[in-house]
Design a protein around this ligand. Structure first.
Ligand code: GDP
Length: 375
């Protein structure tokens, strides 16, 4: 792919210089050279058609760290076309033994907290220290706003130009579960391509934090000093998922308020059960803008990795996450298989109507429908 180094990998071919101002829409086929079963003619406005890649091409390209192939492999994974599913899964199966070597860090916070500024600062510092950084996003609102995370031209500009960074916005369309599957698989592909730090960003909306927590080693909550009762406005449940809290924007006039917020959070954290065995979640101040405290945040994350690797908590969490992931997929596929059954489709409307009219107890209705699985 003739990608200019100044453009993020996910920029559409026809985006011209307006890089990062638009994002790849949900892909159903005919994109990025994926084999749609149709003649691979050039799509007007999308540049020349590219040669379809074989499974071997995908695997070898990703393992060689070829960014263009990596981008296409992710597009394949993100595809909603049934024809791509088997190929994507086979590519993943090949890459899986080469994944798992990165440190996976989740970053959440309300819009405006400074997540992308922090990711930019942290990412550039990590690159300077010799790391290769992939930034992925789970944005539950992206199907509405067409990618509010990472979709903005001004965000992470430095990082998006760095050869050692790879930025991929949230796949658009679909429900959180589907977006999460794609992000999780994208993470594995990035690891196979040699990225050793994966930053998964999400907006603080409640549900997506739990999803991101379930796929990362370390979870960072970014907050800003708000004054007053610092625990107001952010759900306690989200605080309970965090391995560290970064009180951002601790600069200028905000410095004192940020220090006060840090102290207040540390007092509150004292009473919470830490989310990771053998690790105490603490609050730290930083300024993503000036860079102050950002190196310390990374030092905390590295200390976490060392401690939990020693205690076994790190590996135990990864195993538990893999198991949980299997069960999530099973649940998803069982539901889909159930609702797809012609007998269920045929019977459901009448049974639903019976339940709504108060004529049929819901429990009996559910049993009646589930019995159709045996048929
Ligand atoms: P996000 O929505 O959480 O990704 O937040 P952004 O990174 O887009 O930042 C929101 C606004 O806060 C932007 O105008 C940033 O320039 C600003 N900002 C981010 N970090 C800091 C910081 O450490 N100090 C100050 N003063 N402003 C910041």
């Amino acid at each position: 792919m003739p990608t200019s180094p100044r453009k993020p990998d996910w920029t559409p071919d026809d985006a011209g210089d307006a890089f990062a101002s638009r994002i790849v829409s949900g892909v159903a086929g005919g994109h990025d050279g994926l084999d749609t079963g149709q003649h691979a003619a050039a799509t007007p406005g999308r540049g020349p058609a590219r040669r379809p890649l074989s499974i071997d091409d995908y695997a070898a390209g990703v393992l060689a760290g070829d960014r263009a192939v990596l981008a296409r492999a992710i597009t394949l994974i993100e595809s909603n076309a049934p024809a791509h599913f088997e190929t994507a899964q086979e590519v993943l199966r090949r890459l899986l033994p080469h994944s798992g070597n990165a440190l996976r860090v989740g970053i959440t916070g309300v819009p405006g907290a400074g997540k992308s500024t922090l990711i930019e600062a942290l990412g550039l510092a990590l690159i300077a220290a010799g790391h290769r950084v992939a930034v992925l996003a789970i944005d539950p609102t992206s199907s509405l706003t067409r990618g509010s995370i990472l979709g903005d031209k001004t965000r992470m500009e430095g990082l998006s130009r760095a050869a050692e960074a790879f930025i991929r916005p949230s796949p658009t369309g679909g429900v959180l579960g589907g977006v999460a599957r794609k992000t999780r698989e994208t993470m594995l592909v990035c690891e196979a391509a040699g990225f050793d730090v994966i930053l998964v960003e999400t907006v603080g909306t409640g549900q997506s934090e739990v999803t991101v927590r379930s796929m990362v080693d370390f979870f960072l909550l970014v907050l800003i000093p708000g004054g007053g009762d610092e625990l107001q406005g952010i759900k306690k449940g989200v605080v309970e998922l965090a391995d560290a809290i970064a009180i951002n924007k601790a600069d200028g006039d905000n410095r004192i308020r940020a220090e006060a917020a840090r102290a207040e959070y540390n007092r509150a954290l004292h009473y919470l059960t830490p989310v990771t065995d053998g690790w105490h979640t603490r609050a730290y101040t930083c300024s993503a803008e000036t860079g102050e405290g950002v190196a310390n945040l990374w030092a905390v994350i590295e200390r976490f990795r060392e401690r939990t690797a020693e205690s076994g908590a790190f590996a135990a969490r990864r195993r538990a996450q893999a198991r949980e992931w299997l069960h999530t997929l099973l649940d998803e596929q069982l539901r889909a298989a159930f609702y797809d059954r012609p007998a269920v489709r045929a019977a459901l409307p009448a049974i639903e109507a019976g339940v709504m009219a108060g004529e049929l107890p819901a429990t009996a209705a559910a049993r009646q429908l589930l019995a159709l699985l045996d048929g």
